[in-house]
Write a protein that binds this ligand. Structure first.
Ligand code: DX5
Ligand code: ZN
Length: 214
């Protein structure tokens, strides 16, 4: 699969509806929603109040990426707020399974995420228990960082494991994705690419999305 999920973190929040209309018109597949709590990551983005305009103005599925401690306290509220997929970090919790169950009980897709310093092998036991895994290709917390090249081998490793077991699990990559590395990422086995600054910072964001997909 070759999907693009622009990260609304890089949108112009003073003209949010315009940016969301651009996403609606574009070939983007999902809208990636980055929630940061200032504790799990050294930055604060936004929370529930913005789920409303995202839901109201964006026709694309909302792919929620929680960069928060205690996701078990909040995943159901994000489901109720209209998330299409809810992901949280493996390293933020003791046992992801009951939290995945909370999301599944809401009929929402699940995603498990790791930062670049977490051993990718830790995801292996969960590959058949989630709809998607998200490999961070920068340290979670900020848009506009440089892609970490070691991510490539991690994608190939996880892709091989998913294929060996015949699983439908998707691989999403987040951080430093742009029109230059998108093709290589898809070729390595990525299914979904998140792109913030490379979309909203582009002169022609719709063209940037098209380029990444092709
Ligand atoms: C980083 C976020 C990313 C970020 C990506 O913590 O999870 O989704 O918005 O931004 P770019 O594409 O600019 O690296
Ligand atoms: Zn993200």
């Amino acid at each position: 699969m070759k999907l693009i999920a622009p990260s609304v973190l890089s949108a112009d929040f003073g003209h949010l509806a315009d940016d969301l209309e651009m996403i609606n018109r574009s070939d983007a597949d999902w809208l990636h929603v980055d929630v940061m709590d200032g504790t799990f990551v050294p930055n604060i983005s936004f929370g529930f109040p913005l789920m409303k305009p995202f839901k109201q103005y964006c026709t694309k599925p909302l792919d929620v990426h929680l960069m928060i401690v205690h996701p078990e306290k909040y995943v159901e509220r994000f489901c109720d707020a209209g998330a299409w997929s809810v992901g949280f970090h493996l390293e933020a919790v003791e046992d992801p399974l009951p939290i995945l169950d909370l999301i599944k009980a809401k009929g929402v897709r699940t995603c498990l995420t790791i930062n670049p310093d977490i051993d990718v092998k830790r995801l292996v036991p969960y590959l058949d228990k989630v709809d998607m895994i998200l490999l961070m290709s920068v340290f979670a917390g900020f848009g506009g960082q440089k892609f970490i090249p070691e991510t490539m081998d991690k994608i190939r490793f996880i892709k091989a494991e998913i294929e060996r077991r015949g699983l439908p699990t998707l691989i999403e990559i987040d951080g430093g994705v742009n029109t230059d590395n998108a093709a290589e990422l898809f070729a390595a086995g990525a299914d979904v690419l998140v792109a913030g600054s490379a979309v909203f910072g582009a002169k022609d964001p719709e063209e940037a999305i098209r380029k990444m997909k092709s």
